[in-house]
Design a protein around this ligand. Structure first.
Ligand code: BGC
Length: 356
């Protein structure tokens, strides 16, 4: 065998060896990556999964609720899956089913409909998943927790604010949706203040309306209707700032903005700006940092099977359920700096944008 031929064979052998080496090391690498992934996936199963089903994201506040809740849950090491039903009951049910299929450990639900959502709660309970009713109560369902503000007090604050300033006069009330339990709670609150005044003849309620899906356009049209009837309206209670938006739009078209006292709730940015401008008198501020932050903490606790120590309860039509109740605050020109702005709910620049 010539030396040259030997060298060729040797080179070929080296090439084959190199090829084998590359093949083996790539297999070893793939195996390493796969087992690392497996480890991560199995660790994932230790992460608490929260399903957050929102009835709507239409009003500004819900976006804040969602963002604060997600940030807090993340800080606590939990993962959140969010669904928005866009005011559709069927969709909310489907979305809860989807969340349960994702094997969530706990469901946090803002019901679009106070009764229909009980089907979603039932489904979760059947799957062994605990349920928190967030901001709005699901009726007849025995949820594990209801977390919200004192919504009866929201209505009370609205009426008290007006009665102090307008002890006599014509009042118009434009409520939110009838399929939202908060609407009923708010009514209970303002009725407790207004009805004795109606009885004594001091206050005349010229109309009480309910706006489907909390539609601002409905509030606009309702206000138009009462203005066309030539009522002298002294004060208006609006179910929320979105409705106040429609009401004040209608009032301004008739050069009545600022002439009629309007109160609402949520402390939406536009409402805070109107308060500074003088076209809305008051809004009930509900610190969402507290609501959403505490809800995330309680959701994690419930998912871990820990006890909550919530002693207050609310009757859901069938059961007394634990009620974690937070305090709402009436905000007007005089205290907006010390509440909404101080808390960073809105910046001072934004609130005073059109008046500075
Ligand atoms: C909430 C309000 C909100 C309204 C419309 C109510 O249940 O309490 O804050 O503006 O729904 O979404």
């Amino acid at each position: 065998m010539s030396v040259k031929f030997k060298n060729v064979i040797l080179a070929l052998l080296i090439l084959v060896l190199l090829f084998l080496l590359i093949l083996i090391s790539s297999k070893v690498y793939k195996f390493y990556v796969a087992s690392k992934l497996d480890r991560e996936v199995s660790n994932d199963s230790d992460v608490i999964k929260i399903g957050f089903s929102l009835g709507t994201l239409k009003e500004e506040r819900w976006v804040k609720d969602r963002d604060i809740f997600m940030a807090k849950a993340k800080e606590l090491g939990a993962e959140v899956f969010v669904q928005n039903a866009n005011n559709d009951d069927e969709d909310q049910l489907k979305q809860v089913k989807y969340l349960l299929d994702k094997k969530i450990d706990i469901l946090v639900i803002v019901p679009n409909d106070l009764k229909k959502a009980s089907a979603a709660v039932e489904m979760a309970k059947k799957a062994g998943v605990k349920v928190i009713s967030y901001d709005r109560l699901v009726l007849n369902s025995n949820v594990d927790l209801y977390i919200s503000f004192d919504n009866v007090k929201v209505g009370k604050l609205m009426a008290e604010y007006l009665v102090e300033r307008y002890p006599k006069g014509n009042y118009l009330i434009i409520n939110g949706a009838t399929n939202d339990n908060n609407t009923k709670m708010i009514k209970e609150g303002y009725d407790s203040v207004l009805l004795p005044k109606v009885k004594s003849g001091d206050i005349n309620i010229i109309g009480e309306e309910w706006s489907p899906n909390w539609m601002s356009e409905y509030a606009f049209q309702s206000t138009e209707k009462y203005i066309q009837k030539n009522y002298k309206i002294d004060a208006i209670i609006a179910g929320d700032d979105g409705l106040a938006n429609g009401i004040i739009e209608s009032l301004s078209e008739h050069r009545l903005a600022g002439e009629v006292a309007v109160v609402a709730q949520d402390a939406d940015l536009a409402a805070c700006q109107r308060i500074i401008e003088g076209t809305q008198l008051m809004t009930v501020y509900k610190p969402l940092d507290k609501l959403a932050g505490d809800a995330a903490k309680l959701a994690v606790k419930l998912a871990k099977g820990e006890k909550l120590n919530v002693n207050n309860t609310i009757y859901d039509g069938k059961y007394n359920v634990p009620y974690y109740k937070l305090e709402p605050i009436a905000v007007d020109k005089t205290n907006i700096d010390d509440t909404v702005i101080k808390d960073g709910f809105h910046s001072r620049d934004d609130v005073y944008r059109y008046t500075n």
